[in-house]
Design a protein around this ligand. Sequence first.
Ligand code: ZN
Length: 443
Amino acid sequence: MQYLVHSDTETLPVATVGQEMHQLVARLYPICRSITGEGVRQTLRILQEYIPLEIHEVPSGTPVFDWVVPKEWNIRDAYVRNEQGEKIIDFNACNLHILHYSLPVRKQLPLQELKKHLFSLPDQPQLIPYKTSYYKPDWGFCLADEQLQQLPEGQYEAVIDATLEDGSLTYGEFYLPGESAEEVLISCHVCHPSLCNDNLSGIAVATYLATALATKKNRYSYRFLFIPVTIGSITWLSRNEDKLANIKHGLVLTLLGDEAGFTYKRSREGKFEIDEVVEHVLQARQKQHQLIDFFPYGYDERQYCSPAFNLPVGCLMRSRHGEFPEYHTSADNLDFVKADCLEESLDVVKEVTTVLEQNRRYLNTNPKCEPQLGKRGLYDSIAGSGSNWKSWEMAMLWLLNLSDGRFTLLDISKRAGIPFHTISEVASVLEQHQLLEPFTLTS
Ligand code: ZN
């Protein structure tokens, strides 16, 4: 661990980026988020301390394609009291205890009636489940099954001090302009309450990626969306159809803080540049990972990849949606996500953007036979680089041969069996010597 000298007598440990990200997760963890309401606003306001996020409000009742923006749900308190007046279920102790979007309730009822509104996980008896009822009016509480099984017969008082009224749907957007109007879309959902992997991890990775990219000059423009799942992406897409043509690459970020290896779910086409780049970055790391094809379930890639849009958007995760025991339970907590894993996820996403930024097509400006490299001082550039001479020479020859506008640097790297960063570095040297020029469709 590094130490920062704080005073003559004291040293303080310097937090790693992963630890800072975990601190952000810990700060957001207690907030009761849902698809609408104060919890989302409070979350986005905290993110505004990191990035200049614009907060949008879309009124309840607004039609968005085949859907309608729902009423806004806010909750102040909720509990179940026994005959002795003790709170045996308390929303304030854990916000997973409430069925999200519960209608307001204040009633006395016997155990058998109450049980119709209680949800538990018999197979995981110690955990509180996360459950929602967004589009079907209902009320209820979630609790550990071992507690449910021990509730004695008797009268109970159920109180839910909540409102479901006209208001708005809230989402955050940060647009970072680059040299080109072509965009990379980064999307994460902000509607889950006290669950860390799903999706405070994705929020932390997206936020730290944004702060890192904001310090650099980028070729692409980047658009970050912090939205409630499904209805948020549907709402954003319905308000921004005119911007979609600019989206050249995109990633949904979720489940990025646990210790599992990475999983990349390809875009619907499966062959977009983002698919190739993520696959390349994961393979180059030489760690266990999974590549899976698109299927129309999961997160907001379902909307981005709907047939009318078919955007080049994949989904990066570690553990897969619904396939780990902590999923949608109280065990998806601050211990389940690790600082090191968050940082590793950030590194992978940063590497993906680095490769996207550099991965372009070039034209050889001297395509009739090989140009004479010696007279241009290219061998001096190589010698001065301290890099592997043979690898650099082969990179030059491959780049000059394949730069006819058809192949990207990633294509050339794969065909030559030379690491992408070497190909990219050599391409910029050849560009400086006017042997390559960037190729665009209008060239
Ligand atoms: Zn979820």
